[in-house]
Design a binder for this molecule. Structure first.
Ligand SMILES: *[C@@H]1O[C@H](CO)[C@@H](O)[C@H](O)[C@H]1NC(C)=O
Ligand SMILES: *[C@@H]1O[C@H](CO)[C@@H](O)[C@H](O)[C@H]1NC(C)=O
Ligand SMILES: *[C@@H]1O[C@H](CO)[C@@H](O)[C@H](O)[C@H]1NC(C)=O
Ligand SMILES: *[C@@H]1O[C@H](CO)[C@@H](O)[C@H](O)[C@H]1NC(C)=O
Ligand SMILES: *[C@@H]1O[C@H](CO)[C@@H](O)[C@H](O)[C@H]1NC(C)=O
Ligand SMILES: *[C@@H]1O[C@H](CO)[C@@H](O)[C@H](O)[C@H]1NC(C)=O
Ligand SMILES: *[C@@H]1O[C@H](CO)[C@@H](O)[C@H](O)[C@H]1NC(C)=O
Ligand SMILES: *[C@@H]1O[C@H](CO)[C@@H](O)[C@H](O)[C@H]1NC(C)=O
Ligand SMILES: *[C@@H]1O[C@H](CO)[C@@H](O)[C@H](O)[C@H]1NC(C)=O
Ligand SMILES: *[C@@H]1O[C@H](CO)[C@@H](O)[C@H](O)[C@H]1NC(C)=O
Length: 445
């Protein structure tokens, strides 16, 4: 007993002084302590309070505030640290718009379907985590359903036999022909999560319709690569071959949620295939096996502020996919443990805690920003989900209540089976191509 308390005390002390580079992916206290540091780093970009929403400073777009609040909802849920709850609630409540569907008049100049989707993801997370309701507002689930209803009404069959365009409003004319994976995948994922939350088959039907369309036009190819989008000016016969981490994550999580809801092996196979295709986002060099990178822009140094957030969403949605479809866990484990450790090392800038962008360089690369903080936060805190799923798949042997006969000498080979050790450790310690890219960068994701 004494020994155990002393060990636990040591763990706590160590956790207090931990910097992200010290992350122990198998230790709950370590993950929680580092997530706390990273959450604080991310929220240092946000000036809102428990009563007042404050837009992110330029050049961060409106959607990113929604994404930040989604990451912070996970933070609260996974760590039980409620420090930011009231601030998160005030931010979401301020942005639901007059119809409580995330169409916000003051954001019309830069609100596209994908932006609305990101805020809806956040409301869905609040519903899934049973996050306390905002006073006087509809339920998180009803807000999510309102957003879904508003979005599906824009299914556009003029060209391409369907699909959602990127933009909503005529002054964003650049994006009125472009049918992108973030918007279509966005509605796919919202539909899938609503199906899981409500059991209502209308959402399954819509998810399948958007999947069929995405697959049909080829923004998801036969190898399950997800591409940025296609253009109704060509009747969606030409694909923009850019491909970003989060686009895979959006479809991956949706397919996994549908696998759980329907029990249909077709969806499980799609989720597995998307996870397989995500391999292009890992292992950029021989010295960086299993480390995540934004392959369309990191190597050539052209990532925009938006793009610097994307890795975090692949992480977030991979973990969420594992949570609903545990059979994905082993393959996600290799990627995410290694990427989380690399992300931790990248967060060794100012004061030893500021995050950089590229995780494959083995340290801090000098590129700072909100997206960098969010990516590391989401990648590291989600280990708590992964470890929970792994532990549940591999439960520790039941504790014995009877006093065992004293053994003459402890056997050093006891309990060293890998299957037995892991859970015990856990328990003890715890968008034309160039043009679209330009538009993407200039207007927003
Ligand atoms: C937050 O407010 C302070 C004081 O008004 C200002 O100096 C700072 O730039 C603001 N930060 C953000 C992230 O808006
Ligand atoms: C947070 O609270 C839940 C419910 O009490 C518990 O299951 C979970 O282990 C806690 N998480 C942490 C990191 O303490
Ligand atoms: C949202 O917050 C802004 C800035 O604080 C404020 O001007 C606006 O009135 C708020 N809107 C709603 C609907 O709360
Ligand atoms: C549907 O897409 C076409 C381009 O294919 C566009 O001209 C039209 O405005 C869109 N319709 C609606 C209702 O957005
Ligand atoms: C556009 O493609 C769809 C199939 O995706 C086809 O049904 C339709 O006839 C095509 N329209 C034009 C104008 O080529
Ligand atoms: C299922 O969802 C659809 C779309 O939101 C809604 O129109 C319908 O009333 C729902 N059905 C039930 C039984 O709740
Ligand atoms: C999707 O495609 C499958 C296979 O072609 C078909 O069976 C199914 O009816 C389609 N679903 C929807 C909702 O269009
Ligand atoms: C895991 O990855 C292996 C190797 O790429 C693949 O064969 C297998 O199907 C994957 N399993 C799951 C459940 O995704
Ligand atoms: C791995 O190799 C790449 C490409 O040469 C380089 O940029 C990166 O800094 C290297 N990473 C480490 C940890 O040495
Ligand atoms: C985490 O635990 C697993 C299972 O015990 C082990 O295989 C892995 O090497 C550990 N990882 C680290 C970085 O300690």
């Amino acid at each position: 007993m004494l020994l155990k308390s002393a060990l636990l005390a040591a763990t706590v002390v160590a956790a207090d002084t931990l910097v992200p580079a010290d992350l122990d992916v198998n230790n709950t206290a370590s993950i929680v302590a580092i997530a706390k540091t990273l959450a604080s780093g991310a929220m240092s970009y946000y000036n809102g309070t428990a009563t007042t929403y404050s837009p992110l400073p330029s050049p961060y777009y409106w959607w990113e505030a929604g994404a930040l609040m989604g990451a912070m909802l996970d933070y609260s849920y996974l760590t039980n640290d409620t420090t930011y709850d009231a601030i998160i609630t005030a931010a979401i409540a301020n942005n639901t718009g007059p119809a409580n569907d995330f169409l916000v008049p003051v954001q019309y100049l830069d609100e596209g379907n994908d932006d609305q989707a990101f805020w809806a993801f956040t409301a869905l997370t609040a519903a899934e985590h049973k996050f306390p309701q905002a006073a006087g507002a509809p339920s998180w689930l009803d807000i999510s359903i309102n957003a879904w209803n508003n979005m599906v009404a824009r299914w556009n069959t003029t060209m391409c036999a369907g699909g959602f365009t990127w933009q909503i409003y005529s002054y964003n004319y650049n994006g009125l022909n472009y049918k992108n994976s973030a918007s279509n995948g966005g509605v796919f994922l919202i539909s899938a999560r609503l199906a899981l939350l409500t059991g209502n088959s209308t959402y399954i039907d819509w998810a399948e319709k958007v999947w069929n369309w995405s697959d049909g036009v080829g923004i998801i190819d036969k190898h399950y690569n997800v591409f940025d989008g296609t253009d109704s000016a060509t009747n969606c016969t030409k694909i923009n071959p850019l491909s970003f981490t989060y686009q895979n994550g959006i479809y991956l999580y949706g397919a996994a949620a549908l696998a759980k809801q329907t029990g249909d092996d077709v969806w499980a196979k799609r989720a597995e295939s998307l996870l397989g295709a995500a391999s292009r986002f890992f292992s950029p060099f021989d010295n960086a096996t299993d480390i995540m990178w934004e392959h369309a822009c990191e190597g050539v140094g052209t990532c925009t502020k938006d793009m610097k957030t994307f890795k975090g969403f692949l992480s977030r949605f991979m973990y969420a996919a594992v949570d609903v479809l545990p059979s994905l866990a082993p393959n996600v484990t290799d990627y995410m443990r290694t990427s989380a450790i690399a992300a931790g090392k990248a967060c060794s800038g100012l004061k030893g805690i500021t995050c950089g962008q590229k995780w494959y360089v083995g340290g801090f690369d000098g590129s700072v920003g909100l997206g960098q903080e969010m990516c590391a936060l989401e990648t590291i805190q989600g280990l708590l989900t992964l470890n929970k799923v792994l532990a549940a798949a591999n439960p520790p042997p039941p504790a014995t209540t009877t006093t065992p006969a004293p053994s003459p000498s402890p056997s050093p080979t006891k309990n060293t089976g890998a299957a037995g050790l892991a859970p015990q450790d856990l328990r003890l310690t715890g968008l034309s191509i160039a043009c679209a890219l330009l538009i993407w960068g200039n207007l927003l994701a």
